[in-house]
Ligand binder design. Structure first.
Ligand SMILES: O=P(O)(O)O[C@H]1O[C@H](CO)[C@@H](O)[C@H]1O
Ligand SMILES: O=c1cc[nH]c(=O)[nH]1
Length: 244
């Protein structure tokens, strides 16, 4: 049975789903990296595909922009399609001078100005953290591939265009955050609520202290590093979950 927002048939999704915000990035990942990718959903053009990577069944699906959007897709994938691992592969803006364009961030935890986790957690402060084993495996994969990644906390904002941005950025930097984006805290809340595991990998597309930003061509290259780490992680996880 399909859902309101996903038209795939039962069993169409793999246990592990990579999720970029942009559905066209989902198609790019599927066509560029997956063997025999098959489109499994396209409701509202939020494209989803399933194929194979390193011999393991892996899916990739866009989640749109913002916590409300990713919350819908993540919840339906877990509840209705039995997805067990979600890995966001997103872009972000670096908050600190030393976090450069093209760097890949493993988002260990996320703060947010969204209320969604308070809604699900009796108005208390929910610790929006990554699954430890996914984070550790992602770090190990990056190390084995000789790719430097940064691990730390990020901030998920509801607004892309926000007022008083200087004060917010200064506070986030003072509190140790590496980057800003718009979904991770929501994804980690959904995963906890629905009993799944989640991790976000982020590629730095904007350098907020200097205003530098990647060109489209550069974005593609840097995203490749993140995608390859995420795909290898997905294959390792799928193999670990496969019945023996
Ligand atoms: O590139 P994605 O994965 O969409 O991530 C970032 O880009 C969008 C804003 O431009 C937000 O979704 C933000 O989190
Ligand atoms: O949410 C985002 C994504 C990329 N760059 C930003 O500054 N913010």
């Amino acid at each position: 049975m399909s859902t309101i927002h996903i038209s795939a048939a039962p069993g169409d999704f793999a246990d592990v789903v990579l999720m970029p915000g942009d559905p066209l990035r989902a198609r790019y990942i599927a066509e560029r990296f997956l063997e025999e990718p098959r489109e499994v959903t396209a409701v509202r053009n939020m494209l989803g595909f399933t194929g194979h990577y390193q011999g393991q069944r892996v899916s990739v699906m866009g989640h749109g922009m913002g916590i409300p959007s990713i919350s819908i897709y993540a919840t339906e994938l877990i509840r209705h399609y039995g997805v067990r691992v979600l890995v966001r592969v997103g872009s972000c803006g670096a908050l600190r001078p030393e976090v450069d364009l093209n760097d890949v961030i493993v988002a260990l935890a996320a703060g947010t100005d969204s209320r969604v986790n308070r809604v699900r957690f009796l108005e208390h402060d929910f610790p929006a953290v990554a699954d430890f084993n996914l984070a550790r495996r992602a770090m190990e994969i990056a190390e084995r591939r000789g790719q430097t990644v940064r691990a730390g906390s990020v901030f998920s904002s509801d607004l892309f265009y926000m007022p008083d941005v200087a004060l917010l950025h200064a506070t986030l930097v003072r509190m140790g955050m590496l980057a800003i984006e718009m979904e991770v805290a929501g994804l980690y809340g959904v995963a906890a609520e629905q009993g799944a595991r989640a991790l976000a990998l982020l590629s730095v597309a904007d350098h907020l202290p200097t205003g530098r930003a990647l060109s489209s061509a550069d974005r593609e290259t840097s995203f490749h590093t993140m995608m390859e780490i995420a795909l290898e992680l997905a294959a390792v996880e799928a193999a670990a979950m496969a019945p023996r």
